[in-house]
Design a protein around this ligand. Structure first.
Ligand SMILES: Nc1nc2[nH]cnc2c(=O)[nH]1
Ligand SMILES: [Zn+2]
Length: 436
């Protein structure tokens, strides 16, 4: 089945930090996106492609806005949806006081499904079409999430949290049960439709060495699954890790000793990484999820994007709900820009949108599958409206070029500007059904 969309188009072909800017993206003022059976067939100038279309093919015209690949959220916790905006703490106290008690509810499959439905609707409304998602320690939380994501035909990655120490008994697994539950979930869900599994040790403080080693064993047994965890987010957390693991050479080394680094390993935050750690992430092709709204909300620090780029580490953006304060990738770009300003570094609008799309796909080792409009990629894409709000409308009238338009979208944009979200070429219904 062929579907054709017409309008202004943007997608990235390379990292603007690494090649000449003009080579990093394709921008077509009046373009066509031709989709065949849910996959990108062709993009190009409307004037060239329209005459080649068979008679009678409907062309959906999106005007006064920009079509681009769906956003990719490389780190988010679906069970924390309803605890967003919990006041006043930094990481370790925030986990104890709010997060752990809250995650207890996810032993209930039906509760998980209800929250997954709401969470995924929020993501789609924000223009995010793929995410790397934490469940809770309960296998039911992942069962619930994948069930709903499958119904919506989404490309989603999720995993059951592993934690066997320094957490409440009601949230604790063991090295062995964590291994067995994860293995069963991999067998049932990994590569089912567009779903993929991530082995998910919460972070070093809540995992024994035995558990981390079991995670490494499971990863070696299933090389196509992901590894998803947190690292170096908060200075008290880092000090705690060095007390808990006195034999390690540092935070990253705890994971490295258990063989958890690699091309499909995603480490959230990395706010306080040493150069040698960044170098090791780069040489193992591991990725970092940059989560600016969370880092500011929890007072964790200012991510050093330049350091990651220097060591060739793949970086994607993460919202990190519920420490993050928005589902919107556009708002997250805003926070990312301001984070870099506070480091006296410039984050260009092209770099921002690269990180939110192709950069995210690369961080998830999914280039060619999602993240741009290369032939054969899954046609998950969005239409951003330049005039959805009066303020954006006024500002846009003064924009002279694409760079200014992108910057305006990233500073003033949010869910209101995501006019349409498409999954495998089909526009999806994104009206929010508020559930209690
Ligand atoms: N932001 C954040 N950091 C963590 N480190 C360990 N668990 C968490 C979590 O749930 N959120
Ligand atoms: Zn997180």
């Amino acid at each position: 089945m062929i579907k054709v969309y017409r309008g202004e188009l943007l997608h990235f072909l390379a990292d603007p930090a690494k090649v000449a800017l003009q080579e990093s993206y394709q921008h077509i003022e009046d373009g066509l996106l031709i989709i065949k059976d849910g996959l990108v067939e062709q993009v190009g100038e409307a004037s060239e492609l329209l005459p080649l279309l068979d008679d009678g093919i409907e062309v959906i015209h999106y005007e006064n806005g920009l079509m681009m690949p769906g956003f990719i959220d490389t780190h988010v916790h679906y069970p924390q949806t309803e605890m967003i905006a919990s006041y006043g703490e930094q990481l370790l106290e925030w986990l104890q006081n709010y997060t752990f008690p809250f995650e207890r509810q996810f032993s209930d499959l039906e509760h998980g499904k209800k929250i997954a439905e709401f969470f995924l609707t929020q993501l789609l409304d924000a223009g995010t079409t793929t995410a790397l998602v934490f469940g809770t320690v309960h296998k039911e939380s992942v069962e619930a999430f994948f069930t709903i994501a499958q119904q919506k035909k989404l490309r989603m990655i999720c995993g059951k949290v592993l934690m066997d120490q320094n957490c409440p008994d009601y949230l604790s697994d063991t090295a062995q049960t964590g291994y067995e539950d994860s293995k069963a979930l991999i067998e049932k869900w990994h590569k089912t439709d567009r779903l993929q599994y991530a082995i998910t040790p919460r972070f070093a403080p809540t995992c024994s060495t035995e558990q981390l080693n079991k995670a490494g064993q499971l990863l070696a047994e299933n090389p196509s699954v992901y590894l998803h965890t947190h690292i170096s987010e908060n200075t008290n957390e880092i000090a705690w890790v060095s007390e808990l693991f006195p034999d390690s050479k540092g935070y990253l080394d705890v994971y490295d000793q258990s063989n958890l680094l690699g091309r499909r390993s995603v480490f959230a935050h990395g706010v306080h990484l040493h150069d040698h750690e960044c170098k090791r992430l780069g040489e193992t092709e591991s990725s970092i999820a940059f989560c600016p709204s969370s880092n500011l909300f929890l007072g964790s620090g200012l991510f050093n994007l330049k350091q990651a780029q220097k060591y060739d580490v793949n970086v994607g953006y993460g919202t990190d709900i519920g420490a993050g304060t928005t589902f919107s990738m556009l708002s997250t770009l805003n926070e990312g820009y301001k984070t870099q300003q506070l480091r006296a570094e410039k984050l260009s609008p092209f770099q921002s949108f690269y990180l939110a799309t192709l950069g995210g796909a690369r961080a998830l080792d999914l280039e060619g599958t999602i993240g741009n409009f290369t032939k054969g990629a899954e046609a998950d894409f969005i239409f951003l409206d330049y005039h959805a709000t009066p303020l954006m409308d006024r500002r846009m009238h003064h924009c002279k070029d694409l760079s200014e338009k992108l910057f305006t979208l990233s500073m003033l944009g949010d869910e209101r500007h995501v006019k349409a979200t498409h999954i495998m070429g089909e526009r999806v219904q994104t009206a929010i059904a508020v559930t209690t």
